[in-house]
Ligand binder design. Structure first.
Ligand code: DOR
Ligand code: ZN
Length: 349
């Protein structure tokens, strides 16, 4: 009989994380490496990671920021611009420099000024990616100021994503950090080449959290959290057992001072207790038996990458989440979570 106080799963991966650069990279990368075997690293640096040389250099800085003996593989991504170079992208994928390309609509989010202004500029790159099986990772929000911020994801499906999926029927597409019932429905009704990542925070908060007794900048991210009925739809999808939904934290650290500002940055830092947060949500949905597939199987299957060897263990023991790590506020800081990750030996002190 299985032990109800212990949850052992195949080593998981984070299919969407912001590790930043410089001092912030050094501060945050160990949290991701402690929890995950691999991570898809977002390329929205300043300047963005748009070519093989930049990705290789960034990979080196990530590895240098990790403790010795740490078994963690950063998977690098190419930031798509209007000048996206199909030849460079194909070469980057074939040589292993890039695992995927990231589409930011211009001005949709943090450091997206160099993003794509017109999807037709990507045609040659998308053709190459479809041919190679290279995933396109999509920040799915329109930037049209006429569109209400809470509708930007749903409108993106109608204006951009549905057409993209029709025009490139075999392209692997990951609809990142989904927040709406419309996104769930789109992914569920598409072919097996289309999946979605789900963040811990979008499983936990709805838009009330941003206005709870005052303006709460630490609950602000993009896509912004939606109504409760959308949170419920995303939770149902993530915990349904569907192979299309998988773990991507979108952990996006900003110094507290940059969020507590007249124009605060979007992003929630959840890396220190991401697995614990997901496990709590799966337990609340009575779906702990589906957690391993979500965390460790569905992502690599869509990417066409091998599953990890080895296991991590969560034990049923409350863990206190600190308010801050350095100058960054931690998601759910000050609270406690019911499952605790048993640290891998390379991180035990
Ligand atoms: O909240 C977010 N923060 N959403 C994004 O899309 C980008 C991210 C960041 O880089 O800060
Ligand atoms: Zn992100």
């Amino acid at each position: 009989m299985s032990d109800p106080t212990r949850l052992a799963i195949r080593r998981p991966d984070d299919w969407h994380v912001h590790l930043r650069d410089g001092a912030m990279l050094e501060a945050v990368a160990p949290f991701t490496a402690r929890q995950f075997a691999r991570a898809i690293v977002m390329p929205n640096l300043v300047p963005p990671v748009t070519n093989i040389a930049a990705a290789e250099a960034y990979r080196g800085r990530i590895l240098a920021a990790l403790p010795d003996g740490c078994d963690f593989t950063p998977l690098m991504t190419c930031y798509l611009t209007d000048q996206a170079d199909a030849v460079e992208i194909a070469r980057g994928y074939e040589t292993g420099a890039f695992a995927a390309c990231k589409l930011y609509p211009a001005h949709a989010t943090t450091n997206s000024a160099y993003g794509v202004t017109d999807i037709s500029n990507l045609w040659p790159a998308l053709e190459a990616m479809q041919r190679l099986g290279m995933p396109l990772l999509v920040h799915g929000e329109v930037t049209d100021p006429e569109v209400d911020i809470f509708d930007r994801e749903a409108v993106f499906i109608d204006r951009i994503l549905a057409g993209l999926a029709r025009d490139f029927p075999a392209l692997k597409i990951v609809f990142e950090h989904i927040t709406t019932a419309e996104a769930v429905a789109f992914v569920e009704s598409s072919g097996p080449n289309i999946g979605a990542t789900v963040t811990p925070h979008h499983l936990v908060i709805n838009r009330n959290a941003i206005f709870d007794g005052g303006l709460r900048p630490h609950a602000y991210c993009l896509p912004v959290a939606k109504r409760e009925r959308h949170r419920r739809a995303v939770r149902r999808a993530a915990t349904s057992g569907s192979t299309k939904f998988f773990l991507g934290t979108d952990s996006a650290p900003h110094a507290a001072s940059a969020k507590e500002s007249a124009c605060g940055c979007a992003g929630i830092f959840n890396a220190p207790f991401a697995l614990e947060t997901y496990a709590a949500a799966f337990e609340e949905e009575g779906a702990l038996d589906r957690f391993e597939a979500f965390a460790s199987e569905n992502g690599p299957r869509l990417y066409g990458l091998p599953l990890n060897e080895g296991q991590v263990v969560l034990e049923r023991a409350p863990v206190e989440v600190p308010e801050t790590e350095g100058d960054v506020r931690v998601f759910l800081g000050g609270g406690s979570l019911p499952w605790r990750l048993v640290p891998p030996s390379s991180f035990r002190t």
